[in-house]
Design a protein around this ligand. Structure first.
Ligand code: CP
Length: 312
């Protein structure tokens, strides 16, 4: 099994073999969550700090559950209840928390590059839980894990990622991840939220949603990130919905076997209809379930779980 990283900062710099190593490890981890006693001693004595400077429902709780299922100690830091509100800098906040000797820091921050910045002065392992509009590597890994569960193989799969691509760290991580694994990625969204520069990463860009959906194996919808918009990117939500909402009618253009994904949180009735989100073709809650296994795998691989098991 090939995984030799100290940190998990992005997907861009992982090899295909390293991605597959995380997915294979996550498969073993998934079994632990089905047991009556959902706990193994692998990371006993290790300490992890969840550093969330932005809101989160899924990522923060699944990192916490992942750590606890591996018997690591974890504490949650949230900006709103910290001395950051008194003006303490990111560097000082992190240096003070590191003085308590954690082994890993999981960070979510509104600034692209925040996770990488920590590695310039921290000794702990750093895991990027989403930095600005840069990357969200564990989201892409859990998405790939879910696609592999459903489709078995990535080679030749047509994956359509649609919505607010410009502001999406999920889209960027998925573009790198899915292409490394052999899938064909098609990006779709209004031109203001999908600059042609994205073709330089390899995907095809199609602005017409109906045309993009034709023959799709996987349709991954993204939410409009109003909180990152400084100006109007489209005339109205009504127009956006007309052109880019995944409805049951539109979804018929994809393959019969196609699946529907969304990283959450969803804006029901904007980028995805409630009917589609709750349909039998939707694997959205499966993605959330798989998030725990994938984050267990990431913590296990970074914190030397394999070496500890071998030593025992
Ligand atoms: N997908 C995702 O990152 O969700 P949260 O913002 O709830 O963590």
């Amino acid at each position: 099994m090939e995984f030799h990283q100290k940190h998990l900062l992005d997907i861009e710099h992982l090899s295909e073999a390293e991605i597959v190593a995380v997915l294979d490890t996550a498969e073993s981890m998934a079994e632990i969550s089905t047991r009556e006693v959902k706990k193994v001693p692998t990371l006993r004595g290790k300490t992890i700090i969840n550093l969330f400077f932005e809101a989160s429902t899924r990522t923060r709780s699944s990192f916490e559950l992942a750590a606890k299922r591996l018997s690591a100690d974890i504490i949650n830091f949230s900006q709103a209840n910290s001395s950051a509100v008194k003006g303490e800098s990111l560097r000082d906040t992190v240096l003070n928390l590191e003085a308590m000797n954690p082994d890993a820091l999981v960070i979510r921050h509104a600034s692209s590059g925040a996770a990488h910045y920590l590695t310039t002065f921290c000794r702990s392992h750093v895991v990027n839980a989403g930095d600005g509009s840069h990357e969200h590597p564990t989201q892409a890994l859990l998405d790939a894990f879910t696609i592999r569960q459903e489709k078995k193989n990535f080679k030749g799969l047509r994956v359509v990622i649609a919505g607010d691509i410009l502001h999406s760290r999920v889209a960027r991580s998925n573009i790198f991840c899915l292409q490394k694994l052999g899938a064909r990625v098609v990006l779709c969204g209004p031109p203001t939220l999908l600059p042609m520069e994205f073709t330089s990463f390899g995907p095809e860009v199609i602005y017409d949603f109906d045309r993009a959906l034709e023959g799709a194996d996987v349709v991954m919808m993204l939410r409009i990130q109003m909180e990152r918009m400084q100006k109007n990117f489209f005339p109205s939500l009504r127009e956006y919905r007309n052109l880019y909402c995944l409805t049951a009618q539109r979804f018929k253009l994809a393959k019969k076997s196609a699946i529907i994904m969304h990283p959450g949180p969803m804006n029901r009735g904007v980028e995805i209809s409630a009917e589609v989100a709750d349909s039998a073709k939707s694997v959205i809650l499966k993605q959330v379930e798989n998030g725990v296994s994938v984050r267990m795998a990431v913590l296990y691989l970074l914190l030397g779980g394999k070496e500890r098991e071998a030593a025992d």
